[in-house]
Design a protein around this ligand. Sequence first.
Ligand code: UD1
Ligand code: CA
Length: 460
Amino acid sequence: MTQSVTTDLSVVILAAGKGSRMYSHRPKVLHCLADKPLLGHVIDAAKTLNPAQIVVVYGHGGDQVPSTFAKAGVQFVKQEPQLGTGHAVQQAIPLLPNKGQTLVLYGDVPLIRPETLSAVCANRDTLVVLTALLDDPKGYGRIIRDKVGKFLRIVEENDANAAEKTVCEINTGIIAAPTQALADWLKALKNNNAQGEYYLTDIVPQAIVDGMEVASVHAANLWEVFGVNSRAQLADLERRYQLDYAERLMARGVSLRDPARIDIRGELVCGQDVEIDINCIFEGRVTLGDGVIVGANCVIKDAEIGSGSIIAPMSALDSMKSGPHCRIGPFARIRPGTTLAAHGHVGNFVEMKNVVMGEGSKANHLTYLGDATIGRNVNVGAGTITCNYDGANKHRTVIEDDAFIGSDTQLVAPVTVGKGATLGAGTTLSKDAPAGELTISRAKQISIAGWKRPTKKKVT
Ligand code: UD1
Ligand code: CA
């Protein structure tokens, strides 16, 4: 997808803070929400605005942050030591063009939505602050307004007097400003405050002195502006993210038995009338066609499931594709490289890896199929095993159309079962089975007349 670049917007993401309350060796912004680092969420949200550039201000954790995002198409600047949010933004200024607008985001506020960022950036000629109304504003910078509601300044918790502390409108930290003015204001910042830091928030009075009206914008959802400072807050935002994703799926015609019990750690694309039972996990990119039913406790990763298919409970699917109207599980394990054509059946305790299975073929019970090409309308009996590994190399098994594989059969690869062939139950196939014939390898059955079971000796 090629998108036009909004050439006059720059984004600066602050991510230098230590995150001491995570009690972690990893920098805070590299902790994951829905399997993606916090900073990744912020970068992705920023990218929806098509900015000319994104600059990440990092600090702790050596080069872990730049190396994790080496291919993200962003620039990095190190802030050392960390002297406050104003000082942090200042580090990025040399990388920005002096024209245009700059949006400042926090790397630890992962759920900010593109719609909200667009609203913050809508007025390019003024200073815009994303604010929020909190029942408990403790710890945040408070928005101080005059009697008619005009934005005057932001006062930090540590610098606030008792009256200011009662204000419930807080600074989320997200702001947008004309870049040139921002650079000038930052140069004039002082650190004569309770924390001895250069506060980004102190640009507000300067903007007013410059005759600029300071505007504020609210986010549609409070959780968009919540930051992560602890693992408990991370878990809380993960739940909010998942519930929001679940609600968006339902709004587009997906039935969820319980929207609180689904986890999407990537992208889930669903057709209409998809039904998903509880405790399913979707990872990477998963596509479910119209009418797909997913039973409870399935883990599905990087998969494409054809319309009308049923994934019965407890199935684990990874890097596979199914055509329409397949039945998979319960307790099926489908591993990478597997493709099922339409109307395939893969039943309980069946493991498949790197298998191409033709239309209408079935492996319903207790089977391992690895490195196999299976034709159409093949019936693989219970307990079938492809012996694909000789201890050194993997070999392929080919089963042609309409073959019938009797139960408890081992196919010692490389081996081919011809079209329409039948393998008798218990066969160990080490040579190709000819088309249309019965092949069987089985010790001849005998019965010994008059044979007696041994009896226990009496101890005297
Ligand atoms: C800041 C705001 C406060 C706001 C709050 C919202 C200031 C002075 N205060 O307070 O008004 O209510 O965020 O959460 O701006 N960072 C750096 N380098 C630094 C300091 C911070 O990169 O030197 C980054 C942090 O990694 C973090 C963000 O800036 O992503 C905010 O830092 P934090 O220490 O959490 O700011 P607060 O003091 O909570
Ligand atoms: Ca904070």
